[in-house]
Design a protein around this ligand. Sequence first.
Ligand code: PMP
Length: 391
Amino acid sequence: MEPKTRQVESARLQRVPPYLFADLDRRTEELQRKGVDVISLAVGDPDLPTPDHVVEAMRKAVEDPATHRYPPYAGTSGFRTAVAEWYLRRFGVRLDPERQVLALIGSKEGLAHLPWALLNPGDVALVPDPGYPVYRVATLLADGVPRPLPLRPALGFLPDLTEVPTEVARRARLLFLNYPNNPTAATAEVDFFAEVVRFAREFDVVVVHDNSYSEIAYDGYRPPSFLQAPGALEVGVEYHSLSKTYCMTGWRLGWVCGQAEVVAALAKLKTNLDSGVFVAVQRAGEAALRGPDEPVRDRVATFQARRDLLVAGLREAGWKVTNPRATFYVWAEVPDGFDSVTFAQHVLDRAAVVVTPGVGYGEVGDRYVRLSFTTPDHRLREAVDRLRRVR
Ligand code: PMP
């Protein structure tokens, strides 16, 4: 037999950066094998259940054979109309459910496919660093060129768009943004989004704003929509997810809305890739968007109490952390002498608590670790007690 010389992975797939935390995972498993009770604060996946009225809507929908057939590609008109009504109520932004709203199999799916729909080989996508890794990887998979937009604490983790060299901005086709932000928990206001619209107009860039955390905000704060900025509907789209707001990460439902041609391009691509979201899930999504606000408020109150517990505990322990106004993450600076991976290892060894090294979100993130508070209260309390003892 001929020796096997061919790479299994395509050149395109090989561009995807290797998994960075194999070592950390190995150490975690080793501790668990020894019987150590490891607490993970590494994933952002709400432990609280989906609201009852949403589960009930799903139960009813599943029993209706009409939901058992292929769904309409772009989403049911019921779901898209519920999205448009929710947008008007929540942000005062008017959307045409037919042309400006597209259902997604979770926002990750739609974010990952967008570069395929819009980029030509060599086109630049500006991606926040630190940022949700999908923006960068999806750009690479579409033969695009990701260019990092550093997010620094001095500017409240907003990018400085005047820092983007003109020749890079001219080659840019996409600008990814995400506020409230994963992983920094930073928030942005409409005046910043207005600046983004000016930049997008000047350089003919499509803005992709990921607003997955819009409803996870504390102390009465209400994060805005990018589409509230004047002119935003002509230059960009916004992604939303049912995952965080309604604790529905497993259901896989989100949407993109905004600039009609961008929505249409993604819809055209998706027609050739998938066959939409189970209609029963979309009916449940409608019930969520149209339903009472109390279940969301209750869940956010739980996250807020956990945030208070975690921030207070970390500060007592001497950690440098800001109090997040939104998301369920604390972005903590690592002490001198560590980078994000060595500090995460240190925390794991001393406290048996898993935190995420910031370098997973980009090089600029390497001075930080991310802690999530989507863990049950008693486990979070235990983790805080242990973290108080680290150092
Ligand atoms: N965007 C951001 C910033 C996220 O943190 C996540 C989930 N971690 C997603 C999108 C994807 O969410 P989903 O696919 O569940 O809608």
